[in-house]
Ligand binder design. Structure first.
Ligand code: AMP
Ligand code: MG
Length: 340
C-alpha cells in the first residue's frame, strides 16, 4: 500500500529543518519530514551547514517521490499499475527500480516459501473493503482472489529487463517492501554526497548510516504490539544497519470483535488475527521491510530459525497470547527490549 497522503503543499512548506549543534564537532544535526507513500518519511543527518543539509534532504525526498510514482498502487499512472494492466498480455519492459524490487521480492518469497508474496494484491483489495465495511470477506470472493496469488507466476527476464504476469487479474502490491527500498535509496543518496552520519525513517522502516558524531549509534524506539496495552516502547542503539517493525500498535482493525492486521497470510487468504508485532534487524531496509512482513506470517519458531540462518539478521516478536503478550527474540537481537 503505497499511497500519497494527498497533501497539495509544496516541498518547502513541509520540509521543516531543525538544527542542533552536535556534541564536540563542527557538524550540526538536521531533521526533515514529509508525507510519502501514505506515511511520514523522516531524515536525520549531520552536516556542516544549512545549505548542504537542506539541498541533500530535498534531493533525497525527490528520490522517494520518484519511487512512489513507480511503485504506488493508488496512482493509476504508476509503473506498477501499468504493469497490472498490460503485464499479462506480453512482457513489459520496466525501470531498474521496479525490476530490482521485484527481483528482491521473489528472493524473499523463495526464502519464506511464499509467506511474503507481492502478488497478494487481490487479497489486499478484498481486506481493504472488509476493514471499511467491518464485514468478513465473502468466501467465494476470497477463493477467487487467493487463486490469483502466487509469486511463481511473475516471470522476470534479466536480459531484457521485462516482467510478465502469467495470469490476467494478477495484482502486485509493494506495500511490504517499497518503503524499505525507498529508505535504502535515500540513505545511499545521502551517503554518496558524503553525508554518512544519517538515518532515514520511512514509516516503520529505518535505514541507518554511521553514528552521530561522538556517539555509539542512533537510538531507535521500537513500537511493539503491546504498546496499546501500556507497555513502554523499548529502544536499541544501532549504526550501519536497518530495522523494520511490521504490525506496530496502530495497524489493526476490528471485525466482529477480533483484531485483524493489514498483513495477509497468503496460504489461507485471511488477514492475520490478534495483536502482534515483528521487528527485524538486518543490513538493509529492503530486507528488513520484506522479512518483517514474512516473519509475521510464519509460525514463531520458523521465523526465529530462518532469522538465525541468515547472516546479520535478527528478529524480535511480540505476540498476544491469552490475556497477555509473549516476547520472542532470535540470537543476535540487541539487548534493550523486554525479554532480551
Ligand atoms: P508491512 O507493514 O511492511 O508489513 O506491509 C504490509 C502491507 O503489505 C499491507 O498493507 C499490504 O499492502 C501488503 N501485504 C500484506 N500481506 C502481505 C504478504 N503476505 N506479503 C507481501 N505483502 C503483503
Ligand atoms: Mg514490510
Amino acid at each position: 500500500m503505497l499511497r500519497s497522503l494527498g497533501f497539495g503543499l509544496g516541498l518547502t512548506l513541509l520540509l521543516l529543518p531543525c538544527s542542533f549543534p552536535a556534541r564536540g564537532a563542527q557538524l550540526k544535526r538536521y531533521e526533515y519530514s514529509l508525507p510519502r507513500m501514505g506515511t511520514i518519511f523522516r531524515i536525520e543527518l549531520y552536516a556542516a551547514d544549512d545549505a548542504t543539509a537542506s539541498k541533500a534532504a530535498e534531493a533525497a525526498f525527490a528520490r522517494a517521490e520518484e519511487l512512489e510514482q513507480i511503485m504506488s498502487d493508488y496512482r493509476e499512472d504508476s509503473e506498477l499499475m501499468r504493469l497490472a494492466r498490460e503485464g499479462a498480455e506480453a512482457p513489459v519492459p520496466v525501470s531498474d527500480d521496479l525490476y530490482n524490487v521485484l527481483a528482491k521480492s521473489i528472493r524473499i518469497s523463495e526464502l519464506t516459501h511464499g509467506a511474503f508474496d507481492v502478488t497478494v494484491g487481490p487479497l489486499v483489495a478484498l481486506w481493504r473493503d472488509a476493514r471499511t465495511t467491518r464485514r468478513f470477506p465473502d468466501s467465494f470472493d476470497l477463493a477467487k482472489a487467493k487463486a490469483l496469488v502466487d509469486y511463481r507466476n511473475i516471470e522476470l527476464d534479466p536480459t531484457r529487463h521485462t516482467v510478465f504476469l502469467k495470469h490476467a487479474g494478477m495484482r502486485l502490491d509493494l506495500g511490504a517492501i517499497g518503503k524499505g527500498y525507498a529508505a535504502d535509496q535515500m540513505l545511499a543518496w545521502l551517503e554518496s554526497r558524503g553525508l554518512r552520519h544519517a538515518m532515514v525513517v520511512a514509516g516503520g522502516e529505518v535505514a541507518i548510516g554511521e553514528p552521530p558524531p561522538g556517539e555509539a549509534g542512533w537510538k531507535i524506539a521500537i513500537d511493539t504490539a503491546d504498546a496499546q496495552a501500556g507497555s513502554a516502547p523499548c529502544a536499541i542503539v544501532l549504526h550501519d544497519a536497518a530495522i523494520s517493525t511490521s504490525g506496530d500498535s496502530k495497524q489493526f482493525e476490528e471485525i466482529n470483535g477480533k483484531h485483524y492486521s493489514h498483513v495477509i497470510n497468503p496460504f489461507t487468504g485471511v488477514a492475520l488475527e490478534g495483536l502482534a508485532s515483528t521487528t527485524v534487524l538486518a543490513r538493509d531496509a529492503t530486507t528488513t521491510d520484506a522479512l518483517g512482513t514474512a516473519l509475521s506470517v510464519l509460525p514463531v519458531a520458523d521465523g526465529i530459525r530462518l532469522a538465525e540462518s541468515l547472516p546479520g539478521v535478527a528478529v524480535y516478536m511480540v505476540r498476544q497470547e491469552g490475556n497477555g503478550f509473549r516476547r520472542y527474540a532470535s540470537r543476535g537481537f540487541p539487548k534493550g527490549c523486554p525479554g532480551r
